[in-house]
Design a binder for this molecule. Structure first.
Ligand code: ADP
Ligand code: MG
Length: 252
């Protein structure tokens, strides 16, 4: 069953065709990876799915719903969460506060209720806290829970960025280069987390990643992208041994 479907997507920036008639779909429950050289259009694909960019052409659907009818916050409401290639957190807030922001889409209380601190608000607040504490436990972030983001090492901020997306309780998680800048050990941890996110939490993952060790370790299927178009698609082993992929990497 495909959860996300991208059909004939095209986006141009001036003379540059960043995404060129690209089609692929991600099945419910799988980890699907997009690989490709810098500038291949990987992040642009994420920006199209999350509706930050308006496509020139193409269809995008999630669980049968047309994403082109949605604004970015409505995409999040449908259950699509993302991380950014360049970490986007509130530097002068704590880990806990950043993760609570990740819960934003679930807030159903009104301003009047919040002003009068109605029982419903307190009950909701407890529920959000519990969901966030679960993510903190899951990602071993307890030691950093009340620390300011600005003072944390890069590797920890990268995990908090993942946590912020997870805290929203998504059905589909878009990870843009989850291992970039991480040490070998941190990359190994990231690998276990992605595995657990899929297996224990049942969340479907679409990720962009350069580290082929990580890609082979966690992905069911891989799409190789070059100049915004599909070069190859298949299992990690199939894609890595594809002559067109080898040519694109070595010939670059
Ligand atoms: P990747 O993530 O695969 O490295 P990107 O999707 O970031 O590649 O970029 C694909 C191409 O589109 C590049 O040529 C890049 O310069 C261009 N591009 C991406 N975003 C913009 C933008 N907002 N304005 C102009 N050009 C852009
Ligand atoms: Mg990118």
């Amino acid at each position: 069953m495909s959860l996300l479907k991208v059909e004939n997507a095209t986006l141009k920036f001036g003379g540059v065709v960043a995404v060129n008639d690209l089609s692929f779909s991600v099945n419910e429950g799988e980890v699907y990876a997009i690989v490709g050289p810098n500038g291949a259009g990987k992040s642009t694909v994420f920006n199209l799915i999350s509706r930050f960019y308006q496509p020139y052409a193409g269809r995008f659907s999630f669980d049968g719903q047309d994403l082109l009818n949605c604004k970015p916050d409505e995409v999040a409401d449908l259950g699509i969460a993302r991380t950014f290639q360049n970490i986007e957190l509130f530097d002068h807030a704590t880990v806990l506060q950043n993760l609570l922001v990740g819960r934003h889409r679930h807030r159903r209380t009104t301003l009047i209720e919040e002003l009068f601190f109605a029982p419903r608000v307190r009950q909701e607040e407890r529920h959000h806290r519990a969901a966030v504490e679960e993510v903190i436990d899951f990602l071993d972030l307890q030691p950093y829970r009340d620390k300011m983001i600005a003072g944390l090492p890069y590797g920890v901020r990268k995990v908090v960025e993942l946590g912020r997306a997870l805290a929203s309780g998504p059905r589909l998680l878009l990870l843009d280069e989850p291992a970039s800048g991480l040490s070998v050990e941190e990359t190994q941890d990231m690998r276990w987390w992605i595995d657990d996110i899929r297996k224990q939490m049942g969340i479907t993952v679409l990720m962009v990643e350069h580290d082929m060790g990580l890609v082979s370790g966690v992905s069911d299927r891989v799409l190789a992208l070059a100049d915004g178009a599909k070069l190859a698609e298949g299992t990690p082993a199939e894609v890595q041994s594809d002559p067109a992929v080898i040519e694109a990497y070595l010939g670059a």
